[in-house]
Ligand binder design. Sequence first.
Ligand code: C5P
Length: 214
Amino acid sequence: MIIAIDGPSGAGKSTVAKLLSKQLNFEYIDTGAMYRAFAYKLYKNNLSITQENISKVLLETDIDYVENNVYLDGENVEDYIRNENISKLASDISKIQAVREKLVELQRKISSTKDIVLDGRDITTVVFPNAEFKFYVTASAKTRAERRYSELIKKDEKVTLEEVLNDINKRDHNDMTRENSPLKIADNAIVVDTSESSIEEVTKKLIKIIRGDK
Ligand code: C5P
């Protein structure tokens, strides 16, 4: 069974998806982490986003997702990909069709023969439009910025709430208006707004829907 979850940055979809996968005993893929890992490879090698660099890196790069961790060329890179630098770069490289094609193919391959929860921006529309369950998890930009800000402060990142909000608005704009696989609500997707609910409440709600409870 495939449970596909899309939504904008910071809506809590990864946390919900992870909790869901645990409670249902499914595997989980954070597809954003795969775009981040690819961005990190460019960053680490000091490569700018040119067609030549992208084509070369695509040929030489191996990305995998195993037990809630993303691997870049065999190395677990979870600790290096969740900062503002990589967030921006990931959003930029995710516009490129060749990058998307490679990652979508990998996501489908990793998911074959498994019960799985995936979250991202194009899972319900492109990767698995026929998933058994399709959810669009969202929240207001202000709520998302506040959540992201408190996470970053915990990690000692020097940012202001205003910067985080601007960044979220920019990334939403990028993700929703790009030509290739823009973020949008898929046909038949169930929309869940997390602005006024806790992550636990949202997860419970999704479990109920999936199990068909009244
Ligand atoms: O979900 P997360 O914020 O970690 O994703 C990082 C970036 O990767 C997003 O801003 C988005 O541009 C891109 N992405 C994507 N398609 C996905 C997952 C992420 O374009 N399925």
